[in-house]
Design a protein around this ligand. Structure first.
Ligand code: SAJ
Length: 415
């Protein structure tokens, strides 16, 4: 096998599980991250993120010496870049992707590249990012040849293989999902397949780097558009006095219909972000994708409006807010519509806010001191309005009769 030593650049939600799974196949893995705390934590056999069972795998591969973390890149047979691609800050709504992390990663690995190496971009990226990465590498290493110059004969192979794992199921999906492999030449693709085959049980399907980039953005945009459709339906159904959950269940009985679920809005760092990469690259032709983003981004405001009008009916409204995370059964509060709604309700003085979030022990700073974190029993006891924001398993088993005397606003349809 040509991959004895693999380096993973970026040890976050994707990089760390990937590094750990490859290491568990007996390959020597060097994890590189700029965050000294993350590096130290991993070298102690611990993890700095939350993902089921990841701690066990990391502890195992660190103790056997197959995974080691460092802040300084060193030579390897393959480099997998898994760093963030956020937006550039701007007020004009252009959502221009910020490739600085990919550029910094390229500049960090360039000095240690050797003839025969494979460099893979895993980060979800706008179309053209892999070619840019190859250009940055070539600029830094004029002594080596790259696929944009020499195709199959290049010294360094470059490919894009977007991650597609679902938070909460990362360890299973890393192994079982099919992978889209977009090499910059045929040899690049073949070598990337060889690397992924060391740990992927799904199929590895070869395409171009640009198509692979667009495939990932398409998957998340498809979901975003479908959820926007559901969110729009939920508002229409409110106005027409129809139960949207019953409606969608009925429509989904049709063999060719599969509408997703409405909610309080779309959160997380993927579905709410990636469609903008398409819109930014072709603004005049991405009308539907843009409107879907806007529909989903406006949903929290609609929910806030409903709560405020319900609260108006009480002298001293007490609102139990069930859930803060961006989706069920995780502790991740980043880009969470639930958190946004709770923050706004506090700002607009909707009433006393009692929050239940079984997956966190402390409230985030931005709402700490302004709302109470409580048990489900206490919250239901004191509340006159119950606002369901996340369909955590602890809430799905609640008995409906506990809520009979309450005003119920169920954004997830669990009741
Ligand atoms: N949501 C709804 N209704 C639904 C489904 C989801 O409102 O019917 C909301 C969730 O509550 C959450 C948001 O959408 O706020 C996103 O959740 P998600 O479960 O749809 O997706 P993520 O962001 O956790 O992970 C997605 C996945 N992409 C797809 O399913 C196409 C995952 O496979 C990707 O790897 C991940 O994005 C990523 O990293 O890009």
């Amino acid at each position: 096998m040509s991959f004895k030593k693999v380096s993973v650049i970026g040890l976050g939600y994707i990089g760390l599980p990937t590094a750990a799974v490859i290491a568990s196949r007996g390959i020597e893995v060097i994890g590189v991250d700029v965050n000294q705390h993350a590096v130290d934590t991993i070298n102690n056999g611990d993890i700095h993120i939350v993902e089921p069972d990841l701690d066990i795998v990391v502890r195992g591969v660190v103790s056997t010496g197959n995974l080691r973390a460092t802040t300084t890149p060193e030579s390897a047979d393959a480099f997998m870049v898994a760093v963030p691609t956020p937006f550039k800050h701007s007020d004009d709504g252009s959502h221009e992707p910020n490739l600085e992390y990919i550029k910094a990663a390229s500049e960090a690995i360039a000095p240690v590249l050797e003839k025969g190496n494979l460099v893979i971009l895993e980060s979800t990226s706008p179309v053209g990012a892999t070619e840019k990465m190859a250009e940055w590498l070539a600029e830094a290493r004029p002594d080596l040849t790259f696929p944009q110059q020499k195709g199959d004969g290049a010294d360094i192979n470059v490919a894009h293989c977007p991650e597609r794992v679902l938070p909460g199921y990362v360890l299973q999906e890393l192994v079982s999902n099919d992978r889209v492999i977009g090499g910059m030449s045929k040899v690049c693709s073949d070598r990337a397949v060889e690397l992924y085959k060391t740990f992927v049980r799904g199929e590895c399907i070869i395409t171009t780097a640009r198509t692979a980039e667009m495939a990932k953005l398409t998957e998340n945009s498809f979901r975003d558009v479908n959820i926007a459709f559901a969110n729009e339906l939920s508002i229409i159904c409110d106005k027409l006095k129809i139960n949207v959950w019953e409606l969608i269940a009925l429509a989904n009985r049709h063999p060719r219909v599969n509408v997703l679920n409405p909610g309080p809005g779309v959160g997380g760092h993927c579905i709410a972000v990636d469609p903008w990469f398409i819109v930014n690259s072709c603004p005049e032709h991405s009308k539907l994708i843009r409107v879907a983003r806007e529909v989903n981004d406006l949903k929290p405001e609609y929910v806030i409006g409903k709560v405020l009008s319900a609260a108006d009916e009480f002298k001293r409204p007490v609102i139990a807010c069930l859930g803060l995370s961006f989706k069920a059964d995780i502790d991740d509060l980043r880009e969470s519509p639930a958190l946004e709604i709770v923050k706004e309700l506090h700002k607009r003085q909707a009433g006393r806010l009692v929050v239940v979030e079984p997956n966190v022990e402390l409230l985030p700073n931005e709402i700490d001191g302004s709302v109470e974190l409580a048990s489900i029993d206490y919250a239901l006891d004191v509340a006159n309005i119950v606002l369901v924001l996340v369909d955590h398993k602890e809430f799905r088993v609640l008995e409906r009769n506990k809520l009979l005397s309450k005003v119920l606003i169920d954004t997830r349809g669990i009741f």
